[in-house]
Design a protein around this ligand. Structure first.
Ligand code: AGP
Length: 612
């Protein structure tokens, strides 16, 4: 996600100062590049965040209105050229944007053909040229700025939260929302547009949240809201009493909970533009350049750390079962010290949210040194691992602020499912199989939305077990890595002893720990391992261990066996970890919150481990 902030005020107001200060409260949304445009003084853009931008602002930079932006890159590297705001051919129409324009390639091709010249690789720039086309080059004669903007917005597919400004009407700013939040701030003689209320609150608490498909025009003393079909919208302002910090967390108490709750949207964004369900195909633009080489790959070595490593373990099951490729999963910190036997028919696949984890990065470099094709599944665009791998898939999960990885993990699993389809369909996966996976992937956001409605009952469950000093997490096959990840979530934010274990492995030692003080979380969906999980649960109950089951909706049998059940919607085995992990994320969150711990910044941990 990116952060946008726009301002228009009466004569004498310092739009530049207001905008730069406001951007600071939006830095959590994106920080790889920043930019600002004031019609009176022009634009300044830079890689980096607000501090870098301030350094480049010239002395005489002034004006009573303007737009500003902090970028979390999705298309195009985080460079000055790709930083927002973007402008049309003549530098008169400017835009800042949060979201992804899905049909920007076809729009750009049409606009280039009709003589427009583009300056960046970003999808966003197409908005300004579309408005320019309608404003200046429309065959039916020039439209007003508002009408040109409306016409342009009606041609766009994808998600956007934007602020648009036209040099020749400097006190007017147009906002529009489709999928990315936009809030208007209503001051007495000044008006604001932002991605969330945090930069507006120091000026006014009177706000209006736009809804999808709505457009707003603001000027210093008035605002108007209408729909894409130009019909007017009457919307009362609300007075918010949140703090700026709350606004950044969308009203949630912690970033971790906010990011867990973003899950459905994250899956949608990871899938966006990458599925062709009718053909059962996955379209991964970041792999196109090595598609031919991938056809010859005979082995994949996944390298990662922490949660990303557990995502890799799920990927191993996916790729072997549905793409028929031998896979090994290695800890980055180990792989780099092995003497791995690799060649050009081996792919080393790095999974990393930050794209900066040194152990994973060095593993990639080791793979490169030994002649392997290197790939990445990375969330941070332009990060070191993204730049040093030969090709890859970006997560598009947005910045993850909580140290404990949650939305990034489910995005990594979603990306691995897409990769499995991509490679599987090169290797004999039938269109029918591909369609099944594609349709199940598309159904996931709604299933996760339904699952998240149980958060209060999971909170109660976490309180019930919050006195525990130990916890065992059990799973089999696709859900063994989920057991490891559930244990990691719990231990890293609540500091208790929690360990993941293959349910079949229990009898080889771990069951000795079980007694009435040592509860177990058993991930037992109705899959091919269900009966074996039921037997394992019997073994635990026979030793007076309490058991919480993560079970498939409607499974009444398991409820008779265990102490507590968290029900999860059914899906195909390979996608079940994407749903089954979320109750464990919520359980860990509420468990640690009950203990009064710093959930977003647990002790001794960093968000990205860039050291040995
Ligand atoms: C996960 O909750 C942890 N914060 C940590 O294990 C993390 O997954 C690991 O450090 C890898 O980080 P990366 O995905 O940025 O490479």
């Amino acid at each position: 996600m990116c952060g946008i902030f726009a301002y228009t005020g009466k004569k004498g107001k310092d739009a530049g100062g207001i905008l730069l200060k406001g951007l600071l409260s939006l830095e959590y949304r994106g920080y790889d590049s920043a930019g600002i445009y004031l019609p009176e003084s022009g634009s300044v853009k830079t890689p980096g965040a607000v501090a870098e931008l301030r350094k480049k602002i010239p002395k005489n930079f002034k004006g009573e209105s303007g737009i500003a932006h902090l970028r979390w890159a999705t298309h195009g590297e985080p460079t000055e050229k790709n930083a927002h705001p973007h402008a049309d051919c003549d530098g008169e129409i400017w835009v800042v944007h949060n979201g992804i324009i899905e049909n920007f390639k076809e729009l750009k091709a049409r606009l280039v053909k009709s003589g427009h010249t583009f300056k960046s690789d970003s999808d966003t720039e197409v908005i300004t040229h579309l408005v320019e086309d309608h404003l200046k080059k429309s065959a039916k004669g020039a439209k007003s700025f508002e009408k040109a903007a409306l016409a342009a917005l009606n041609e766009i597919r994808g998600t956007y939260g934007i602020a648009l400004q036209y040099k020749n009407e400097p006190d007017k700013i147009i906002a529009a929302r489709m999928g990315s939040p936009i809030v208007l701030g209503l001051g007495g003689d000044e008006h604001f547009i932002a991605s969330d209320p945090s930069p507006i609150l120091p000026h006014t608490r009177k706000v209006i949240f736009l809804e999808d498909g709505e457009v707003a025009v603001i000027s210093p003393d008035k605002h108007r809201i209408f729909k894409l079909d130009a019909t007017n919208v009457k919307r009362k302002a609300t007075k918010i009493d949140w703090s700026a910090e709350d606004a950044r967390k969308d009203g949630y108490e912690h970033f971790m909970l906010k990011e867990i709750m973003e899950g459905p949207e994250v899956i949608e964004n990871t899938l966006r533009g990458r599925l062709i369900p009718a053909k059962g195909l996955a379209k991964l633009g970041g792999l196109e350049s090595v598609a031919k080489q991938l056809e010859k790959i005979e082995r994949i070595i996944i390298v990662a750390c922490g949660s990303a490593y557990y995502a890799g373990l799920v990927g191993e099951y996916m790729l072997e079962e549905h793409a028929g490729i031998p896979v090994e999963v290695e800890l980055g910190s180990e792989f780099r010290y092995r003497k791995p036997v690799l060649n050009e028919r081996t792919a080393v696949l790095a999974i990393s949210q930050s794209g900066e984890t040194l152990d994973t990065l060095e593993a990639v470099r080791e793979g490169k040194r030994r002649g392997a094709l290197t790939l990445g599944i990375v969330n941070s665009v332009g990060s070191t691992i993204a730049r040093e791998t030969d090709a890859g898939v970006y997560n598009h999960a947005g910045p993850e602020i909580g140290v404990a990885s949650t939305k990034a993990f489910i995005s990594q699993l979603t990306a691995l499912a897409l990769l499995t389809m991509f490679l599987g369909r090169q290797r004999g996966m039938t269109a029918k199989e591909g369609k099944i996976i594609a349709n199940e992937l598309r159904a996931l956001p709604a299933k996760l939305q339904k699952l998240l409605k149980q958060k209060e009952s999971i909170d109660i469950l976490a309180k019930k077990y919050s006195g525990s000093r130990d916890f065992l997490f059990l799973g089999r096959r696709y859900n063994l890595p989920v057991a490891f990840e559930g244990a990691l979530k719990l231990k890293e934010i609540s500091y208790i002893h929690a360990e993941g274990c293959g349910a079949g492995e229990m009898k080889h030692g771990p069951i000795a720990m079980i007694d009435e003080k040592f509860p177990t979380m058993a991930i037992a969906p109705k899959d091919s391992m269900y009966q074996k999980m039921i037997s394992n649960i019997h073994e635990i109950k026979a030793r007076k261990g309490s058991v919480i089951a993560v079970a498939t909706d409607g499974d009444k049998e398991i409820a008779k066996l265990v102490d507590d059940v968290i029900y999860v919607p059914e899906t195909i085995d390979m996608l079940s970890p994407i749903l089954n992990v979320v109750p464990l994320q919520l359980f860990a969150y509420y468990f640690a919150k009950e203990k009064g711990l710093n959930v977003d910044r647990p002790r001794n941990l960093a968000k990205s481990v860039t050291v040995e």
